[in-house]
Design a protein around this ligand. Sequence first.
Ligand code: BGN
Length: 283
Amino acid sequence: ATSMYSENDIISTNRPSCPDISQYLYGKVHISKHPVPSVQTLQHRFAWLRAGGHWSPLNCTVNKKVAIVIPFRCRAEHLLLFLQHMHPFLKKQQLDYTIFVLEQDNKGPFNRASLMNIGYIEALKLRKFDCFIFHDVDLLPEDDRNLYTCPEQPRHMSVAVDMFSYKLPYPAIFGGVSAISTEHFKLLNGFSNSFWGWGGEDDDMSNRIRHHHLYISRYPIAIARYTMLRHRKDSPNPHRFNVLKKGQKLFDRDGLNSLTYEVLMEKETLLYTWILVKLKPPP
Ligand code: BGN
């Protein structure tokens, strides 16, 4: 069998470029939180998808390929609501995109940052992606003008979240949803792998961005709006303040170049590329 991407990649040379901004954008989009759809329902509804949770416009060529990376564990209902929302959203933006779900297999504290690093490395083994969007599974964008692309500078996307009264909690925040070009992510050495449990890994990335003389860009607060799905709060990492402080000296040693993991399963379902990984537990 041929790869999921090859056919499209070959035909693409004969088609005109897609417009920079899709003509199908509308603005505010409907958010559905119930009922939670089944996998079968979504597979049926999104029969236009290609294996691995991939799609690209049929009549024109998009020159940037986007990978959406979701760090994941035990949030099946959120994932279904997320997929139900995101596939039509991304299609409407006329993007060439693929959704990757990076699931942490082992018990013990969650390592969101390592999962995102692994998503980056594994996705690039499959295809030459230009842009990575790191996305919490519980955040749903409310406006389709919030483009899932990578601009010149790293972009913090979840500026206005309903749970935070649609206000930016603090200027350096980089958590929730963020977009970084493939090139910049490599330069930044990815995220730190040292944050186990909730909090801080995004602040460390924010420090990395500043350290490399890049800056965080954002859409206006009226556009970058998100609904957060409800869940029990994860247990915060009590060491996060220290790890964040010490991390300032470790940018070049802790990140993409210090990852240890094992891929237990990799599967292309219609709705997403699923990568189940085992992380090396914290020391
Ligand atoms: C911050 C967290 C972020 C999180 C935002 C929004 C920390 C580190 C403290 C040194 N940072 O407080 O990781 O994205 O809240 O929830 O906990």
